[in-house]
Design a protein around this ligand. Structure first.
Ligand code: ADP
Length: 262
């Protein structure tokens, strides 16, 4: 990986003496680069459904002007494309709101088990349509962490929804909340689907990274879900731990550190 420096020289007192100063610009360059890539990717992702909308509008105004059957079919596709844009914008807004809050520590008290139960209740109809059954195992005592309820709901929603969508073939998803010896709280989402090959795992939380773009599109993905998860967890000083075995399924775990009692 290359490094970038700004080098300045200043003459000292005209005696042939110079001061050289260096400023490390590597990090700033990297951030710039990421921002540019992000804008390019986001624009590209928006342009695809938009191009398709324009295409269908032109077709309806032109060649399909008198073909009601075709029009009806095209309108269905147009609605899908518009919904896709709308999901993309929602996710982009979530990310930018999270970035604005990145340096503010969350402060509420949240029961992770209750959050999982809430999310599973909301996702059960969707899981049912996919033929997936979701189980939940929680400890007897509430598993309390310091956090933002809505954000943690979003985390579990993204993980459980992914497990149902991508692990559909496994027919079941197991969600469990556990308290570790030292006081850490861990929530895991296990699916029995195709799993994820090792080389993809470290990149899953990158914006717009998808193992298989077509399958993600077909499953109404935006490629931003796990990027949002990572942002939220960083703010909570929690970690995402992914283990996956191709052919056996994946486990996405969220680990909240033990409260610092010092
Ligand atoms: P998307 O909106 O495409 O679902 P995510 O950021 O949520 O985006 O996930 C990124 C990619 O990680 C997905 O496109 C998919 O390829 C892969 N992925 C996520 N969860 C799973 C899972 N449980 N099993 C297999 N692949 C997964």
């Amino acid at each position: 990986s290359e490094r970038w420096f700004e080098v300045r020289t200043a003459a000292v007192g005209g005696e042939g003496l110079y001061i050289l100063s260096f400023r490390d610009l590597t990090e700033a360059r990297r951030m710039d680069r990421m921002r540019t890539d992000f804008v390019a990717n986001a624009s590209h992702e928006m342009r695809t459904p938009l191009a398709s909308l324009v295409g269908f509008i032109e077709t309806i105004q032109g060649p399909a002007r008198n073909d009601l059957k075709a029009q009806e079919r095209f309108l269905g596709i147009m609605l899908d494309q518009a919904s896709r844009m709308s999901r993309l914008i929602d996710d982009l807004l979530s990310l930018s709101r999270l970035e604005m809050r990145a340096h503010v520590a969350p402060s509420g008290e949240v029961d992770v088990g209750a959050i999982c139960r809430h999310v599973i209740d909301a996702l059960t109809p969707m899981a049912g349509e996919l033929g997936v059954e979701i189980s939940l195992q929680v400890p007897d005592a509430p598993a309390i962490v310091t956090g933002d309820r809505d954000e943690l709901i979003q985390v579990m929603e993204n993980l459980i929804e992914n497990a149902c969508k991508y692990g559909q073939s496994g027919r079941k998803v197991d969600v469990a909340v556990k308290m570790e010896e030292g006081g850490a709280i861990v929530a895991t989402v296990r699916d029995y689907g195709p799993g994820i090959e090792r080389q993809h795992v470290p990149r899953l939380t990158e914006r717009f990274y998808r193992v298989d773009v077509d399958s993600s599109r077909a499953k109404k993905g935006t490629g931003l879900g796990l990027a949002i998860v990572k942002h939220i967890l960083t703010r909570h000083r929690a970690r995402l731990v992914v283990t996956s075995e191709p052919g056996q399924g994946s486990t996405f775990g969220v680990r909240f550190p033990a409260p610092n009692l010092g």
